[in-house]
Write a new protein. Structure first.
Length: 271
């Protein structure tokens, strides 16, 4: 008699990200379709759909769910869930961004899951550099690199997030001249970069101003309607690195503005 195969347990944030990715791709799905695709029980999927609906990520339908892109300008993804969304694309973007770092440079690492992938990829290169970051998670990764000098500007830990905002960190960026800033955005719309939070946008603005060059790291889902607070014009960015899911017309529009655009090839859709 064969022993039934054990179902691999998936952490809730990853499972919910898989649900969102599936619904983004297909538009809608039933509970049974999602359960079969993801490898979870129908009751587990039902609970996940209820939480995602409460969070504003989707709408419930009879027996399933419908993907509805959040339109609120101040909408923010839950951090642990956001880290799992477009994960493979973010890794590919981060790997390319890490190659832009030269030995002994001073690099500002913004918060955000895509920039965090750049930190991981840069750490694997084992080159000496000075890292400046307001991300608690990134600072911990940087501190594990013996050839890195790590500077944390300080500030107030933002509730529910591994990051610091406000003073004294924001003022600190006005006193330094870094070689490079790797920055993310909640949305890129035409030539404007925005974030859902005023305080986060203000910090990004200060980071970009304090660096000789800035590279924007955004996955293809970030090409969308503007979020609440603008933090810079695309003219402040020397290069945009995104993934191959981005619309070619949007990328062509950036190139017309004399912005270097690099596409990370990921070779398929996330499942």
């Amino acid at each position: 008699m064969e022993t039934p195969s054990k179902r691999v347990e998936i952490i809730p944030a990853k499972r919910r990200a898989m649900i969102l990715e599936r619904l983004r791709r297909d538009g809608a799905a039933s509970i049974l379709e999602l359960a079969e695709a993801i490898g979870a029980s129908a009751s587990t999927i039902r609970r996940d759909l209820e939480q995602l609906t409460e969070g504003g990520y989707l709408e419930r339908t009879h027996g399933g769910a419908l993907f509805v892109p959040p339109l609120q300008a101040t909408f923010e993804h839950e951090p642990s869930l956001n880290a799992q969304l477009q994960h493979r694309q973010k890794r590919a973007i981060g790997a390319l961004a890490a190659l832009r770092i030269n030995p002994r440079e001073s690099v500002i690492f913004d918060t955000g899951s895509t920039v965090l992938e750049a930190v991981r990829a840069a750490a694997e290169r084992q080159i000496p550099l000075t890292a400046v970051t307001n991300s608690i998670e990134a600072a911990s990764l940087c501190a594990a690199c013996p050839s890195w000098r790590v500077i944390v500007p300080g500030g107030t830990v933002r509730q529910g997030a591994q990051m610091m905002v406000g003073e004294p960190g924001q003022g600190f960026f006005g006193t330094i001249h870094a070689d490079l800033c790797l920055v993310g955005a909640y949305a890129i719309t035409g030539r404007i970069l925005t974030d859902a939070s005023l305080e986060v946008a203000a910090l990004k603005r200060a980071m970009i101003r304090s660096a000789r060059r800035a590279i924007l790291l955004v996955d293809s889902t970030k090409f969308r309607a503007p979020s609440f607070s603008a933090f810079c014009d695309i003219s402040a960015i020397s290069e945009v690195i995104t993934d191959d899911g981005a619309d070619e017309e949007q990328l062509a529009a950036l190139r017309v503005l004399n912005v270097k655009v690099t596409v990370a090839h990921t070779g398929g859709n996330d499942e």
